[in-house]
Write a new protein. Structure first.
Length: 322
């Protein structure tokens, strides 16, 4: 019974309330409900714009020039519509394009384009899909730059071609509110026959350089050898020292047979000493012959045959030959 008493008191108080007070309570609750509905309606017009985005507002279908920056963007419900545009740098690979260069070589070239939005209003209004539009322009420009360039330019002069390709893509992109930051040619695919031709050309060029370097080395070596020959001619002992040094270098090899040549300087020394030695030997041989002479004079004049004896043939067996 004690538990039902508070309930009976509450019902009695509600029955004894003043009608005016009851109307006030109803109005208060209605105001709260309307206020909640208004807050919920206004909350539908709040948008969040990220740091890397910009907001373009369309009010009843017409664009508002004022661009909404990062943060909260308050819109008029039902009347406004927010279109977000990404302003980050977009990296878009360009599919490989087949083309014929100016020197009639078939190549396959691919590239990559870096671009970003600089005018969100024009991007949202002037072009339907700016990414696809930039891709189509990049492919067309790449095929055009292939046809205007030689193969050597595609292989070695990439920087100039990248700048030309960037200008070709940037010309229509500026009208769309897009800026092309950079364009790079990634790879140039050549036919196998052309690769072999280029390899042969490079090999011939390397061989030519090798021959020139070898010839220069031989020229410098010959000049040094001529200077060394002049120095050795002034100092003959230097040649002997060089010979001994060569012998030492050859003797270091254990698997070789060393043949020591006769020194040239020793031959020259013997050549200079031989006439003096022969004179002394002749004098020594003449002294015993003069001491053994007993006073008999021996004529040393050689016998010269008379002309008539010289004209006759020699005799055989003591008889004149006929």
């Amino acid at each position: 019974m004690d538990r039902e008493r508070p309930l009976r008191e509450f019902l009695w108080r509600q029955a004894t309330l003043d009608p005016a007070r009851e109307d006030k309570m109803i109005a208060f609750y209605a105001t709260l409900a309307a206020l909640g509905a208004g807050i919920a309606w206004l909350a539908t017009g709040i948008r969040i714009v990220e740091q890397f985005e910009r907001g373009v507002v369309f009010r009843f279908g017409r664009v508002i020039p004022a661009i909404r920056g990062p943060g909260l963007a308050l819109l008029v419900p039902v009347a406004d519509r927010l279109h977000k545009v990404n302003v980050q740098i977009i990296t878009m690979p360009v599919p490989a394009q087949d083309g014929i260069t100016r020197d009639n070589v078939t190549v396959r070239v691919d590239a990559v384009v870096y671009f970003r939005v600089i005018d969100p209003v024009r991007v949202a209004v002037d072009v339907q899909d700016y990414v696809s539009a930039i891709g189509q322009v990049a492919q067309t420009s790449l095929r055009s730059i292939i046809g205007k360039s030689d193969l050597d330019d595609l292989l070695s002069n990439r920087e100039q071609l990248n700048q030309g390709l960037e200008l070709m893509i940037d010309s229509p992109a500026v009208g769309w509110g897009v800026h092309i930051d950079r364009v790079e040619i990634k790879d140039v695919a050549l036919p196998e026959s052309m690769k072999r031709s280029i390899a042969r050309q490079a090999e011939a060029e390397r061989e030519r350089r090798a021959r020139v370097i070898t010839a220069d080395g031989e020229l410098q070596a010959s000049a040094r050898l001529s200077q060394a020959a002049e120095a050795m001619a002034q100092h003959p002992a230097a040649l002997q020292l060089r010979l001994l040094q060569t012998v030492v270098e050859v003797a270091a090899e254990k698997n070789s047979t060393l043949v020591l040549p006769f020194p040239v300087e020793l031959l020259r020394f013997l050549e200079r000493a031989t006439p003096a030695e022969l004179g002394r030997l002749a004098e020594a041989a003449a002294e015993p012959a003069s001491s053994a002479d007993d006073g008999l004079s021996i004529s040393r004049t050689p016998h010269i045959p008379e002309p008539r004896d010289a004209d006759q043939p020699p005799r055989l067996g003591g008889r004149p030959a006929r």
